[in-house]
Design a protein around this ligand. Structure first.
Ligand code: C6P
Length: 399
């Protein structure tokens, strides 16, 4: 079992109080907190090695390049990808936009997304000019696989699906979806923003063509994200942005491009961010992603049990990742989150950037508790007892 009490001590921010109470951070699906190891790696980089990458022959530049490419190697290894298949971006959103901007969607071509997606896996496809179709979901919050079988056709150019729902915690069978896409010659892009930080992810086993994720949700800093792409697919794509580093040769008449992944990394990248993400990957790997997944699933299961006892409405399937969205009868989700904040508990409330999913659930918003390696059973019990207090306090007013 993972020792959450010991892990908690690695996260300086978790020592602070909010609203005069010990902070109980249950909003890691929005962004995770950062362990000292990550903060130190970034400090060290700026204190000792700061320079630009791939440009200079001086010592600092070579050190910075080594650290940046070393981080790429770590992150690629984390998802079993090759180094040339790992493009650094700003975040998962930019990674998906990179593909939607460069994908050659022939006239009449279709993109198949789903009602469960974060806006980042809907809007870029609407913007790319293709016809976008959406697979549905059943009452329990599971994707309708029948829809995939019916809707994927020769016209489908790409299937875009989330690995784990940021609202319901549903873990989707993306391996099966990728196979259905490949059977008709389509590509499969998986949004791994909520899976890569919380479970073992192996792109070779999943067989997907693209995987997008964000550093800040996996104990790394903001400003760095990743796009995994199969080497042959990335090779076949046009660049996303033009500028320094992505070129082989520029003349006033034309430009030839650098090899992947550099072809997709125009301009000075977030070097310190990559270094921080590399340290985050080291940290998670030292715990073991299998243990991380087990720990968070146990917490989510416990939270569902405890919250059900308080009579709140909970959304999502029985088997879920560490995400629990809920509503308290008669209270707006923002009010629930504000009142929990008074207890020192941070949860997110609102539509969670998944408005079509909210519409499918027949609600406009929910509160959401999400778990990470540093949470433990006491956090779950604190959430449940604070909700009890809130319901008792406002109960009279709701009659
Ligand atoms: N979800 C949440 O509170 P960025 O903003 O690019 O780092 O991540 C976007 C994103 C894409 N896909 C999924 C499944 C996500 O959950 C997110 C981010 C946060 O649920 C912030 S809206």
């Amino acid at each position: 079992m993972l020792n959450a009490k010991k892990i908690k001590q690695d996260f300086p921010i978790l020592k602070r109080k909010t609203q005069g109470r010990q902070l109980c951070y249950l909003d890691s699906a929005a962004t995770s907190q950062k362990p000292r190891h990550v903060l130190k790696a970034m400090d060290d980089y700026y204190e000792k090695h700061n320079s630009n990458v791939h440009r200079g022959v001086h010592t600092l530049s070579e050190e910075a390049t080594e650290l940046y490419e070393g981080a790429r190697k770590k992150v690629a290894g984390f998802i079993n990808a090759g180094m040339k298949e790992m493009v650094f971006t700003k975040n998962a959103t930019e990674a998906i936009n990179l593909v939607s901007h460069t994908l050659d969607v022939k006239k009449g071509g279709e993109i198949l997304s789903s009602v469960m997606e974060h806006h980042s896996n809907i809007v870029p496809w609407q913007l790319c000019g293709a016809k976008v179709r959406y697979a549905g979901m059943d009452e329990n919050g599971n994707l309708d696989m029948g829809d995939y079988e019916k809707m994927i056709s020769e016209k489908t150019r790409l299937v875009a699906v989330t690995h784990v729902s940021n609202v319901l915690g549903t873990i989707n069978d993306v391996r099966r979806i990728a196979k259905l896409a490949h059977d008709v010659g389509a590509l499969c892009l998986v949004d791994g923003a909520q899976s890569v930080p919380h479970m073992p992810v192996d792109v070779k086993k999943l067989g997907v063509d693209f995987l997008a994720f964000s550093g800040h949700k996996m104990l790394g800093p903001t400003g760095i994200g990743c796009l995994y792409g199969k080497k042959e697919v990335l090779d076949s794509m046009m660049p996303f942005m033009g500028g320094g580093d992505m070129i082989r040769e520029v003349t006033l008449a034309k430009t030839t491009y650098n090899e992947v992944p550099h072809k997709f990394e125009a301009g000075t990248p977030d070097i310190a961010g990559a270094v921080g993400l590399g340290a985050a990957v080291d940290y998670l790997s030292s715990i073991g992603m299998g243990s991380v997944q087990k720990h968070e699933e146990i917490l989510a299961k416990r939270a569902v049990e405890e919250l059900s006892r308080q009579g709140v409405e909970i959304y999502g399937p029985k088997k879920r990742a560490g995400v629990v969205a809920f509503n308290v009868h008669g209270l707006h989700a923002h009010d629930v989150a504000s009142m929990l904040d008074e207890h020192g508990i941070a949860v997110r409330s609102g539509h969670h950037c998944a408005q079509p999913l909210m519409e499918r659930l027949g609600i406009s918003s929910s509160a959401r508790a999400s778990f990470c390696v540093y949470n433990d059973e006491r956090d779950v019990l604190k959430l449940a007892s604070s909700l009890r207090d809130i319901i008792d306090k406002v109960g009279g007013r709701l009659q």
